[in-house]
Ligand binder design. Structure first.
Ligand SMILES: NC(=O)c1ccc[n+]([C@@H]2O[C@H](COP(=O)([O-])OP(=O)(O)OC[C@H]3O[C@@H](n4cnc5c(N)ncnc54)[C@H](OP(=O)(O)O)[C@@H]3O)[C@@H](O)[C@H]2O)c1
Length: 324
């Protein structure tokens, strides 16, 4: 089988396109023919050795996939060859065939295509956990989303609307804000062109958002926190801008607000039942056309480097998918 391999830490051009023997499923495992593998921002960090997780070499990037069950190992009764399935797995999906424990797979409804099934697991899984389990977002509340056209950001726009919130999308260009509006955003702020704190206050009649979803960090977190509403919840999701900001704690006191961390991967290991319920909910919403899951571009597996460069260049909107 073909596989995209990281054999040493480096940039996208250091990846190697290789032939490997197709893996066979052991007891309790399932072999899946990958139809789509989705990339995330953190894939640009994993291959560079700059992510919290450092896999042993050689490994494949891409932490989520969708495909068709090819063979099942002994003891597996829940899946059979031909079933449409998807899973997230930390890393390792940029290849033609994946072997994974059966209990990590979820079923993909017939009406959800493989690209969107692969692309919704991590971004929408993270975001549903963030908004529902961490922020306890309620209908009628105001949600501000930073990086609102990115993978997790656009998921936050869509899920925020679905949960009944008023959504303020914040991003760095008019094109990105237009996409967020197409996905339901009620108001938009271009933080490359105007002061984020003032714009958030103006857009909320001076009250400030109830919930702020921040996957960007860098220069945007502090002005966003300065604008948060009384008893607001500030969600720390990621640091795509590179710098991890330090927040003045007096702001947390003065707003009677909470800063809440979101570590979806660790939560999904600790709370597998709640995680499975969230993913099943997301698949059903996607099947019912309540979630769009915007695909920015599909690249053939051999062009994984170009796909990773697009993510790193801040030009991607929604998800990037690899097709073996
Ligand atoms: N906590 C968790 O469990 C969890 C789970 C998944 C992902 N994450 C994290 O969430 C963050 C976003 O992930 P993603 O896959 O959604 O990324 P993405 O699709 O690349 O989106 C990131 C967004 O960040 C903004 N950005 C600002 N400065 C940037 C820069 N220098 N380079 C790239 N983007 C920049 C961009 O929006 P503008 O141009 O509009 O600013 C971009 O749309 C990452 O830090 C990732 O590690 C966390």
């Amino acid at each position: 089988m073909k596989a995209m391999l990281c054999t040493r830490f480096g940039g996208p051009d250091d990846l190697e396109f290789a032939d490997l023997p197709a893996p066979e499923p052991g007891a309790g495992d399932v072999a899946v023919a990958v139809k789509a593998a989705a990339l995330n921002f953190f894939d640009t960090l994993i291959i560079a050795g700059k992510y919290q997780m450092k896999p042993a070499f050689p490994f494949s990037p891409a932490a989520e996939f969708a495909g068709v069950v090819d063979r099942v190992g002994s003891g597996v009764t829940t899946f059979r060859p031909g079933d449409r399935v998807a899973a997230s797995m930390g890393y390792g999906a940029a290849r033609e065939r994946v072997v994974i424990a059966a209990d990590r797979l979820v079923r993909v409804p017939d009406s959800v295509d493989f690209d969107r099934a692969a692309g919704l697991l991590i971004t929408y899984g993270t975001t549903l956990h963030a908004l529902k389990d961490r922020a306890k977002l309620e209908a009628g509340e105001t949600l501000a989303v930073l990086g609102a056209s990115g993978g997790v950001g656009l998921a936050a726009v869509e899920l925020g609307k679905l949960m009944g919130a008023r959504v303020i999308a914040c991003a760095s260009s008019e094109d990105k804000l237009a996409l967020a509006r197409q996905h339901g955003a009620d108001a938009t702020i271009n933080y490359a062109a105007e002061d984020l704190r003032e714009a958030l206050r103006r857009t909320t009649d001076g009250k400030g958002p109830n919930v702020i979803y921040d996957p960007v960090g860098g220069p945007y977190s502090e002005p966003a926190l300065r604008a948060i509403g009384w008893e607001g919840r500030f969600l720390v999701v990621g640091f795509a801008a590179g710098d991890i900001p330090k927040l003045p704690l007096n702001l947390v006191l003065l707003k009677n607000c909470d800063v809440r961390g979101v570590f979806w991967g660790a939560w999904s290991e600790r709370e597998p039942e709640a995680h499975r319920a969230n993913i099943a909910q997301l698949m059903n919403w996607c099947a019912d056309a309540k979630l769009a899951v915007h695909i920015h571009k599909v690249f053939p597996l051999v062009q994984t480097a170009q796909a990773l460069k697009a993510i790193a260049s801040r030009s991607v909107m929604g998800k990037v998918v690899l097709r073996p």
